[in-house]
Design a binder for this molecule. Sequence first.
Ligand SMILES: [Zn+2]
Length: 371
Amino acid sequence: MIHSERLVREFIELVSIDSPSFGERTMGDYLKTQLAALGLTVEEDGAGSCLGGNCGNLYAFLEGRKDLEPILFCVHMDTVEPSAGKRAVLDGDGVIRSRGDTVLGADDCAGIVAILEALRVIHEQNLTHRPVEILFTVAEEVYCKGAKQFDFSKVRSKEAYVLDLSGPVGSAACQAPTILSFTVEVHGKASHAGFAPQEGVHAIQAAADAVAGLSMGKIDEHTTLNIGNIHGGLATNIVPDLCVLSGEIRSYSHEKAMEVAETVQKQFESSAHAVGAAVDFDIQIGCRAYETPLSHPVIRRFETACRTLHLPSSLHQTFGGSDNNILAEYGISGIVLACAMNQCHSCTEYTTVDELVRISELTKALMISED
Ligand SMILES: [Zn+2]
């Protein structure tokens, strides 16, 4: 049985720890202590120093039944802003919110606390369980930068559960998109806008022509394009020599996302070249698309565990990335579990005691599952 009072106490404690991206040190130290006390070996990698943060990814291992394959459980330690000084407030109905001026950080403290509570119950009750690997990542909220630094050659699991999704516990995501971000610099030529406009090359006009020539929003059923930021120019009397734009592309098909990126680049080049401007196009792959088939054992085990707990289960697509995208790149098949977080990335984020108990039960059930 999950110890709900202890669970809530620890959740409140986790929330009170400031743990922004690149500043996860205190959280990392707390988790190291807890994991070691529960009999896990814990290692911290060098992601912190590589990324300019103060804490690395934590990898922990718990020996289990030798005849069963290990499973990886993954959550992130960082939270989005505003997060400094966050405090959890539990009301009489079992709803937990922030004080309103910060996020709550249930994303992803709810996942962390579920894993700790599941391990604690297994430890206390001496339950038979499979080998368990835990990965607590840093800097997930900034395009999974922490997980990208992790050395996956030490992971033995071929299957994973990532606790990092909103929605009722029992729902999970089995498909996520490629997310590309891009920056375009349109380089024109400055000149006086009054005396010699003909000597200038208007970077903003070239950029505007390119933007007008692109379809924005939902391009097809699986793909979106957005240019979300534009700035350029120095003064009203100067023909602007520079315009910088940035945007993103998402698609369930990695190839399609790359195709759209090429279309965007070509459009900018053609608009710029028409007026004698030049283009620098820079693209970054935030994460790659994956799809875990519904017949996969990692999903069947999840459905069985839900059934045992009388929890309705459902599988969905998500149009957001998570550490599971990175695991998939390393050949680990996983799904992302809804884990008692709601209205994430806002100051109205909340969780409930009942949902925290449910995700802890589910995590425990997966750790002790025999299939
Ligand atoms: Zn998250």
